[in-house]
Write a protein that binds this ligand. Structure first.
Ligand code: FAD
Length: 379
């Protein structure tokens, strides 16, 4: 086994680290307070190619492998996880959907703009009454001539207020349940589509999350991604890839929280000595290091399996489950190492603690990952 990252992997990791340390890390608190990331940061990311990481070169993307992608995403998350999740949805859910399942016309029309960051992508699966049980979604798309007419509501849409293109999962066969779901591309501004106000969240405030409603929204039939009624498989396969990305997000947050705790423990003195000299604190830091390392290895393994065209659904769920649980544990302990100051906004561990929480919820809750893993090991 070779645990060494390739030169390419290291190059993408180091470039993302440099950008994150210069442009994200110093401003992440401001982004959190303002509930958004300024346009200039998106422009800089676009210039550097981060909107086209997984898009084939022939459409203007970087076409990097998944391992390089997660190395870069971990660093961007360490800098600002709210920004990172928007990029993750754009790259691994929207761009990959078109690159892997789209027609040549759809690829020609959308991928160059997505790769250049001219338009941002969003992924709309969840509904008010359909979350973990995503196959029970109720948004309908009725055929009318050359169009589908959409009615229904999608909730918690990441990039909802920023996106130019929405990947929307709809019911095209009402009586077939998850076997009647199709996947459509809906352009922002399409008549009959309305975008709600930003959700007021516990954490990850720099990320834009909204409800999207469709009321008689007409979408051309040519915007169907993949085959009619076969969209649920697309949704699941994209989520499997997305979970590797959320795993890397969790590792990035945990790494940032661990670094803060380490530094603080060396300068904070009690009983006349730095608190890191107390075994109770040193062991917390050691356990953080172990959990982060194990999480990163699971994320890298899932990415490697995907890059090598191997089955990786279970491994993606394992990586997401372990990395997100670990990130929540690490952030909690990082607050503890800071004592009362960990509870005060001036110290970034307070934000990391809030940001880590959602990683166990979206792109499949921890319980949903357990379902995937138990099915695989019990079969
Ligand atoms: C900030 C944020 C961003 C998001 N971004 C997006 C996005 O871009 N696109 C999108 O489509 N969705 C998005 N989501 C939605 C997210 O994927 C869902 O919230 C998630 O899948 C859980 O669904 P739910 O909230 O309806 O919870 P529910 O499904 O109602 O679950 C509630 C609880 O019950 C548990 N549970 C449910 N079923 C079972 C079962 N069979 N066995 C054991 N336990 C079970 C769950 O694990 C959970 O603990 C986002 C959510 C958030 C908070």
């Amino acid at each position: 086994m070779d645990f060494q990252l390739s030169e390419d992997n290291l190059m993408f990791r180091d470039a993302a680290r440099e950008f994150a340390e210069k442009r994200l890390f110093p401003n992440a608190e401001k982004f959190d307070e303002e509930g958004k990331v300024p346009k200039e940061i998106y422009d800089e990311l676009a210039e550097l190619g981060y909107f086209g990481m997984l898009v084939p070169e022939k459409y203007g993307g970087m076409e990097i492998d998944t391992l390089s992608y997660v190395c870069a995403m971990e660093e961007l998350s360490r800098g600002c996880s709210g920004l990172m999740i928007g990029l993750s949805v754009h790259n691994s859910l929207t761009c990959e959907a078109i690159a892997n399942f789209g027609t040549d016309e759809q690829k020609d029309k959308y991928l160059p703009k997505l790769a250049a960051g001219e338009i941002i992508g969003a992924y709309c699966l969840t509904e008010p009454n359909s979350g973990t049980d995503a196959g029970s979604l109720k948004t309908t798309a009725k055929e009318e001539g050359d169009y589908y007419v959409l009615d229904g509501t999608k909730s918690f849409v990441t990039n909802g207020g920023l996106a130019g293109l929405f990947l929307v999962f709809v019911l095209t066969n009402k009586d077939a349940g998850s076997k009647g779901i199709s996947c459509l591309l809906v352009e922002e501004g399409t008549e009959g589509m309305s975008i709600g106000a930003p959700e007021k969240k516990m954490g990850l405030k720099a990320s834009d999350t909204r409800e999207i409603a469709f009321d008689g929204c007409k979408v051309p039939k040519e915007n169907l991604i993949g085959e009619k009624d076969k969209g649920f498989k697309i949704a699941l396969s994209l989520l499997s890839n997305g979970r590797i990305g959320v795993g890397s997000q969790a590792v990035g947050i945990a790494q940032a929280a661990c670094e803060e705790a380490l530094n603080y423990s060396k300068v904070r003195e009690q009983f006349g000595r730095p608190i890191c000299s107390f075994q109770a604190i040193a062991f917390k830091l050691s356990e953080m290091a172990v959990k982060i390392d194990a999480s990163r290895l699971l994320v890298h393994r899932a990415a490697w399996l995907k890059d090598n065209g191997m089955q990786h659904d279970t491994e993606a769920s394992m990586a997401k489950y372990y990395a997100t649980k670990s990130a929540n544990w690490v952030c909690n302990e990082a607050v503890q190492v800071h004592g009362g100051y960990g509870y005060i906004k001036e110290y970034p561990v307070e934000r990391y603690f809030r940001d880590a929480r959602v990683t166990e919820i979206y792109e499949g809750t921890s319980e949903a990952q357990m379902i995937v893993i138990s099915r695989a090991i019990l079969k």
